[in-house]
Design a protein around this ligand. Structure first.
Ligand SMILES: O=CCCC(=O)O
Length: 470
């Protein structure tokens, strides 16, 4: 795909970019390496000041930036503004907490025959971030804020359909005061990733994206013996049990499936409902989905804008058509509208079986698969019967059942009676083919650190374990 902004609401090509030359990429890696030498010697207080300045800039640029995201990938302007605010909050979170998360951790010195022993977290260097278009700012920020606060530097290979968002991010941190080169955007195609990752000045990689892209990056990184964090797809279950507040569950189900025009890795995608409440939930859910307003993402009255790419709409259309051909029943939606733009209506589809693609594939659009089960055991079997394991959701007012779901759902997160969401305060990531490693919280900032063991014997200088600058 060429590097270009195409407005998904109209299909109109707005701007194209030439990819960077190999020499330009090499120079960018050189600048990153140089910036790392400076940044790793700065104090947490200096980095925190710059990170807070980045948050201020984001909020100052909020409307312009939100408009850019809407034009590049079709999310509603309101949700784009919320994304900017979430990014600013993440910057402030790591500005406040990085030093504590990375403080030296004293160990039992006596037990290991030392006079002093502790763990010290130190930055690794330049990290390549391969990021997707669905949250053009947030996906990048949840890597960049902890990475820079730890003293690492970043090279961003963003999705080819959000180049203007990428360019904004490539300038943000230098504008905020970080050393030039500490965070740069590489406008390149996917074929350049291998060369960047093979460069000895690049120490690790993080990728959010498809399973296919994750496998490719993990393969190269494995060859190069470089650390990776992978956050790949999801087909999150949303289980509704008889004791649940059905109205509330149906309301959250609608938001959970349709957030970001249905294009979120942690969107609820498979709605697994106990037979005792199936009909009442199905009715409440389908009527809410049907009532959503699809249209111009800049219009405040719009709930759902277009899908980000033409291919994205073709993909979900094919998944729905395949299921219908094999006997599935559409409760609402299911047909693309006429006219410009890559719109697809909120759709609920049931009577599914394992021969249908929708049964096992991730559906990256506002299409909900509805499944009927007879028991808790069946619900768990179906919920876990996927290669994915990112988020999960269960609705029940039975405390014993809540505990069981928390243990039995095979996923990186379990949300009971509330919507699966990412928070800077909580670790985020998956199991199985949804990836490995964690972003956010203390776990996220430590992923790209050398967890160094320090053992000291005789001749100990005075002073204990504590804060350090890298
Ligand atoms: O697409 C996955 C990320 C979703 C989120 O962090 O809210």
């Amino acid at each position: 795909m060429s590097i270009a902004t195409i407005n998904p609401a109209t299909g109109q090509l707005l701007k194209t970019y030439d990819p960077m030359s190999p020499e330009q990429v090499d120079a960018a890696i050189g600048r990153a390496d140089e910036a790392f030498r400076t940044l790793r010697r700065t104090t947490f207080a200096e980095r925190a000041r710059w990170m807070n300045a980045a948050a201020d800039l984001l909020l100052r640029d909020c409307d312009e930036l939100a408009r850019l995201m809407t034009i590049e990938m079709g999310k509603t302007f309101a949700s784009a503004r919320a994304e900017v605010a979430k990014c600013a909050a993440a910057c402030r979170f790591y500005a406040t907490h990085a030093e504590g998360f990375l403080a030296d951790e004293p160990a039992d010195a006596k037990a290991v025959g030392a006079t002093r022993a502790f763990t010290r977290y130190q930055p690794l260097g330049a990290v390549l971030a391969v990021m997707p278009w669905n949250f053009p700012l947030w996906q990048v920020m949840r890597f960049a804020a902890p990475a820079l606060m730890a003293g690492n530097v970043g090279l961003l290979k963003h999705a080819s359909n959000v180049p203007q968002s990428a360019l904004y991010l490539g300038e943000l941190f230098a504008r905020a005061g970080f050393p030039a080169g500490a965070f740069q955007s590489l406008l390149v195609g996917a074929e350049v990733v291998e060369r960047v990752l093979a460069d000895p000045r690049v120490r690790a990689a993080t990728l959010t994206g498809s399973e296919r892209a994750g496998r490719a990056v993990a393969r190269i990184a494995g060859q190069e013996i470089k650390k990776t964090v992978l956050e790949l797809g999801g087909s999150d279950p949303f289980v509704v049990m008889p004791s649940a507040d059905i109205e509330r569950a149906a309301e959250v189900a609608t938001t959970a499936r349709c957030q970001n025009n249905g294009q979120s890795c942690i969107a609820a995608k498979r709605f697994i409902v106990h037979t005792d409440v199936f009909d009442v939930f199905a009715e409440a859910f389908a009527s809410r989905m049907d009532a959503l307003t699809v249209g111009d993402p800049m219009d405040p009255a719009t709930d759902i804008g277009p899908l980000a790419t033409e291919q994205g709409r073709i993909d979900i259309e094919e998944q729905v058509d395949d299921a219908v051909r094999k006997g599935a029943r559409v409760l609402c939606g299911g047909q693309r509208p006429d006219g410009d733009g890559w719109y697809y209506p909120p759709t609920v589809i049931t009577d599914l079986n394992p021969t249908m693609r929708i049964w096992s594939e991730e559906v990256f659009g506002p299409v909900a698969g509805l499944f009927r089960v007879d028991s808790y055991e069946q619900a768990i079997e179906l919920a876990n019967g996927t290669n994915f394991g990112l988020g999960s959701n269960a609705w029940t007012r039975d405390p014993a059942e809540q505990e069981r779901f928390a243990t039995d759902l095979d996923a990186g997160s379990v949300f009971i009676n509330g919507m699966t969401t990412s928070y800077p305060e909580l670790p985020f990531g998956g199991v199985k083919n949804s990836g490995y490693g964690r972003e956010l919280s203390a776990y996220g900032i430590r992923e790209f650190c050398n967890t160094k063991t320090v053992w000291m014997g005789e001749g100990l200088a005075t002073g204990g374990a504590g804060a350090h600058s890298e």
